[in-house]
Design a protein around this ligand. Structure first.
Ligand code: NAP
Length: 319
């Protein structure tokens, strides 16, 4: 049965009531950047034992969070965590995983988890690099330190049990790991890595791309901003908070991203050509009609001025 406990992880934290998973896990975080720290706070509050290793020294931050930090990946692996959760950037995952002394884990059934924003890439890498006895769970929490700062309730958590036994200790570890998110109220979405990447290119990569394009236009607030314009400005602000490393990873490590980029380009060309084509048609007709003797005379007011453009716009709306 899950336990109900209350505790605060930091002095300024609002004390939260949390349903603890029935088994306490020893979770080893590889890559203790923004997202690793963000996840560690909740896992630590839930009562799990946290250890971490990273390229940079996070000893002080770890101490404040109740996480044991290991500079040396060998010492980290010797701790034999139940779960190793990879939280590096997408592009740093391969070199980081390959540099871990995996031989330290050969006798244990470690569950490897990743939280990368693409899924086929880490799945294939895990399958290639990890020994048979290590189990694999690929995940993507569809939220971050900003959207999940107050609560994870209702936020989506995507996962794929790539190599997890149906029963036994590893199946239990996997369920305990998933219940960290379930107990916080996440919407649990079980989905293959392939399916995730298809959807993610259509949603996340597109959002990042549009945000990046708009941010190049330096959208400024004006005294007559509409709600829609405010939404666009908000998008550029949100996207500028993400690193270029993440965007490069979303593009390079998701096979569907290039197609989305091309679709976006084609859609922009279609809109532009449609608009210019219609205007060109309207205006050239009016110019031809001005020549005496050619077709019926145009209305007296018809000149290539602001009225023509208004008319063109009207006919566009009517079609
Ligand atoms: P981040 O703050 O840039 O942290 C990335 C981590 O990767 C750091 O620990 C960093 O090491 C490590 N790293 C970067 N380059 C490296 C290299 N060349 N060699 C070794 N380690 C390297 O990024 P983040 O926001 O925490 O995101 C981490 C992962 O979570 C990404 O894969 C992202 O797709 C995923 N994710 C993020 C969010 C989000 O909202 N942030 C949401 C869902 C999923 P050091 O700091 O030790 O140098």
């Amino acid at each position: 049965m899950p336990r109900i406990c209350s505790m605060a992880s930091e002095p300024n934290d609002v004390t939260k009531q949390t349903t603890f998973p029935s088994h306490v896990l020893k979770i080893g975080i590889v890559g203790f950047g923004k997202f690793g720290q963000f996840l560690a706070k909740t896992m630590s509050r839930q009562g799990h034992t946290l250890i971490a290793t990273s390229r940079s020294d996070y000893s002080d931050i770890c101490q404040a969070l109740g996480v044991t930090f290991f500079r040396d990946p060998q010492e980290f692996c010797k701790e034999r965590p139940d779960v190793i959760m990879v939280c590096t950037t997408i592009l740093a995952m391969e070199s980081t995983l390959r540099s871990l002394p995996l031989e330290e884990l050969y006798i244990t059934n470690t569950l490897f988890v990743d939280v990368l924003s693409v899924k086929e890439f880490p799945r294939n890498l895990f399958l290639e690099v990890l020994p048979e006895q290590c189990e694999i769970l690929c995940t993507h929490p569809m939220f971050g330190p900003e959207s999940g700062k107050d609560s994870w309730a209702g936020l989506r958590f995507v996962y794929d049990k790539v190599r997890v036994g149906k029963e036994g200790s590893c199946a239990q570890k996997c369920n305990d790991f998933l219940s960290i998110f379930e107990s916080e109220g996440c919407k649990m979405v079980e989905m293959s890595c392939t399916e995730h990447d298809r959807y993610a290119a259509e949603t996340q990569f597109l959002t990042h791309t549009v945000g990046r394009i708009l941010s190049l236009m330096n959208l400024e607030p004006t005294p007559i901003d509409t709600k829609s314009y405010e939404t666009l400005r908000h998008l550029t602000e949100t996207m500028s908070g993400h690193s270029m490393d993440l965007y490069n990873g979303l593009f390079l490590c998701n096979a569907n991203s290039m197609e989305q980029m091309e679709k976006l380009e084609r859609a922009f060309d279609t809109v532009k050509n449609d608009l210019l084509g219609r205007l060109h048609g309207m205006i050239s007709k009016q110019l031809v009609h001005r020549v005496p003797g050619s077709a019926p005379s145009p209305p007296a007011s018809s000149t290539m001025d602001a009225n023509s453009l208004k008319g063109a716009e009207k006919s566009k709306i009517q079609t």
